[in-house]
Design a protein around this ligand. Sequence first.
Ligand code: AQP
Length: 353
Amino acid sequence: MTDAKAPTATADANPGFTPRVFSGIQPSGGLTLGNYLGAIKRFVEMQGQGVETIYCMVDMHAITVWQDPEALRRQTRELAAGYLAAGLDPTKSILFNQSQVSAHAELGWIFNCVARMGWMNRMTQWKDKTSGKDAEKASLGLFAYPSLMAADILVYHATHVPVGEDQKQHVELTRDIAAKFNHDFKVDFFPMTNPVIEGAATRVMSLRDGTKKMSKSDPSDAARINLTDDADTIAKKIKKAKTDAEPLPESFEALADRPEAKNLVNIYAALAGMTKDAVLAEFAGQGFGAFKPKLADLAVASLAPISTEMSRLMQDPAEIDRILGQGADKADAIARPILEKTYDIVGMIRSRR
Ligand code: AQP
């Protein structure tokens, strides 16, 4: 009993546009199990299905909050190594970092003039990241983040964006920006991009609090599994993960009010490629004393080869930079004509073209 089919990109929603997949991850820290299951694993599953796949390290998004320059360089290479180690093949997918393709920033500015302040104000990620703090002190870039994200997607006319649950609202805003641009300039130029939110773990939760997303910027390292954690650390974090005293039930619905238990079952299902009910059929009636060691073994077996390969790739940063440079050239070749056409639609003179 394997889990749902690999994420797919179909032509249905955008007749007239070639199906194209785009997604990105911020190099804002080490990669987590959430990034792997919610994003990278699915990116890899989508490549080689006959649809162009473009994957990015969104370094310009990362600097919307302070990043130490040396750390940003290291994190960008580490993220690239993570993508490659997890199976992303640069001959099948385009892999690059955002700042090397200036079309993202250029279209982002145009979209800043299309999107409305009220739309940005309603973004839950903006509210979450500034809640309890003084929003006045947040960077202007953090506020405009979804507008740049819309540019990331639409500068390739991407029709499908595999993301975790948390990014759904930003993809919906991308559609709003595309629709307003098309309407304002009386064109049918940008597609209505679809979020692709499929798979067992589109929202992996913190190991310390089952109601909070597992996040690379969580102050507690015990809350997440990093792709670079060694076997011992992974096993310890799972052993210490918050749970309850009840045994596992027979059906997933019965876990509705047990967020931590639900999260661990989700993670197991996603790593094993099983349905959640199949996991429960195997473990029903057993407590976490029995379940956690099995989950730890599975997590170690799944992540250790990725972590080992990441370390190997990180030995040769020049090779990583070469792959990113080649990817940036390929990305630029798609983005530049779309951007030039956008400038033309907006009414800008491009005499140096
Ligand atoms: N916990 C998660 N479960 C499922 N998917 C997740 N993603 C992130 N966390 C989870 C997915 O990973 C992709 C890249 O995310 P990102 O790095 O661009 O930004 P993020 O969503 O803000 O991720 P983090 O780890 O929480 O980063 P920080 O801490 O820097 O804000 C997206 O597709 C996201 O859905």
